[in-house]
Design a protein around this ligand. Structure first.
Ligand code: SF4
Ligand code: SF4
Length: 446
């Protein structure tokens, strides 16, 4: 038996159409097998909440081994997993092709899928994460929606906590009346014909977050790409389904994948590259969808054509060179590497991109922000999410940098909430975190 594999991790297709996938006896047997390996290894003790819960369960059991842990107690381990993929992509030596064949996050996903099938899903969370419906509704009255979701609103937030389970302290994304896709129709952005990258064409997959909650990220991406000669079209068929994936609703994600990939394939056929604006969505398009629909030609084509925005800018820089005009930023950057950017196995592209800015002063932070998508805003999880993200918050706060940035906007906001709660003097007063592409736009003076 080898101690860890030296080969690159391989991920097997998700067998979600097989009835055994949802069989709790089989799931529990697999949990037992995997948990026992983790018990002997414990490398992931500080990655998230799942592993400490598991190891405490084992250590506090009668025998101090997994055999005296009740299977009913496995559920909190599963519930605490945010599917960040760090254990699989970064830490675990036993992932395939190793004979142990260990894929911890996808086993947590399987458990959730089985729970969903058994009717044990959290209905409030399902409603809360219908991002397209919620974005459209809130976008009709953004002032009211933003007033109601403000953390300091003592009228609405306790109500939201009671009815939907959203922790009253958790910062929630803002909404806008005009989506990114709508703004792009009339922003007059055209590609710079003198830039070395002229001739490239990109279909920007807007993502639900950028489209409804933070169009500025999309505008920055469009401006930076145009300055570099790239023609862009904004395409947004629907959300990538990451929130439904987190809940184990694989059938829904498959439906989404088919719809979005069919629409994006038309653009690929016209010679456009696909660029996703947030890493979780890029991860879905590149890696998770092909594991859910391995035979689907559009899904395969989309996976091969998709880049993360920072990855794409670095690609221009390496192949054609970036357009002139970058000026130093007025201060350094504490750059959080989002888990789903790291899970794409592409290297630290956001850092690489920002280092093209003259006199770049970047501190890379590779610890989890703790947010974990919808997980971190729920009551019962928010305090844990702050605890998981404390190291990233502390590193950001003590970095002395002017900007706090993350490719994951939810992570950036969560780090700022973590900083507010740190017991330290001279905490930086930074109101908003930035997406690295916003800093790039700033460095270009766009
Ligand atoms: S995927 Fe992330 S949250 Fe889930 S067990 Fe692994 S490290 Fe923890
Ligand atoms: S997931 Fe892998 S690295 Fe992490 S504790 Fe389990 S066996 Fe060890």
């Amino acid at each position: 038996m080898s101690e860890g594999s030296l080969d690159a991790p391989v991920r097997y297709a998700i067998d979600w159409n097989d009835p055994d996938f949802y069989d709790f006896d089989k799931i529990n047997a697999e949990l037992e097998r995997v948990f026992d390996i983790c018990h002997g290894c414990r490398r992931c003790f500080n990655l998230c909440e799942s592993f400490p819960i598991l190891f405490d369960l084992i250590d506090d059991s009668e025998s101090g081994e997994l055999d005296t842990v009740d299977v009913a107690d496995y559920k909190p381990v599963v519930d605490a997993c945010t599917l960040c993929d760090m254990c699989f992509m970064v830490t675990c030596p036993y992932v395939p092709p190793h004979e142990f064949n260990l894929d911890f996050p996808h086993l947590m996903l399987r458990y959730r899928a089985a729970e969903l099938k058994a009717g044990k899903a959290d209905r409030a969370l399902i409603e809360l994460t219908k991002t397209d419906r919620n974005g459209k509704l809130a976008g009709m009255m953004p002032g009211v929606a933003n007033w109601a979701s403000e953390t300091g609103n003592n009228l609405t937030r306790p109500l939201l906590e009671k009815t939907m389970g959203v922790d009253r302290q958790a910062a929630l994304p803002k909404f806008h009346g005009k989506t990114f896709a709508l703004r792009a129709k009339s922003d007059g952005v055209t590609p710079n014909k003198d830039a070395p990258g002229y001739g490239r064409k990109v279909a920007l997959y807007a993502t639900c977050f950028v489209n409804y909650n933070n169009p500025v990220i999309g505008e920055a991406a469009r401006a930076v790409l145009a300055h570099n000669g790239v023609e862009t079209e904004v395409v947004y068929p629907s959300c990538c389904g990451m929130p439904q994936f987190e809940q184990g609703d694989i059938a829904k994600v498959a439906e989404t994948a088919k719809q979005v990939s069919t629409e994006m394939a038309v653009w690929i056929d016209k010679g456009y590259d696909i660029v996703a604006l947030t890493p979780s969505c890029a991860l879905m398009l590149k890696f998770e969808w092909p594991l859910i629909l391995p035979e689907d030609e559009s899904v395969k084509k989309l996976s091969a054509a998709t880049s993360d925005i920072t990855e794409y800018v670095v690609d221009i820089a390496k192949k054609e060179g970036l357009a002139d005009g970058l000026e130093p930023l007025d201060g350094g950057v504490a750059l959080h590497m989002a888990c789903h950017a790291r899970a794409q196995n592409m290297g630290a592209k956001a850092a690489e991109m920002l280092r093209f800015v003259p006199e770049a002063d970047i501190k890379v932070i590779e610890r989890c922000s703790g947010h974990g998508g919808s997980w971190g805003v729920m009551k019962g999880n928010f305090e844990k999410a702050i605890k998981v993200g404390r190291n990233a918050a502390r590193q950001s706060a003590s970095s002395g940098k002017t900007y706090i940035a993350s490719e994951c906007p939810l992570a950036g906001t969560h780090i700022l909430q973590g900083i507010e709660r740190l017991k330290m003097e001279d905490k930086p007063q930074i109101e908003e975190s930035q997406h690295p592409i916003e800093l790039m736009a700033k460095a270009y003076g766009l």
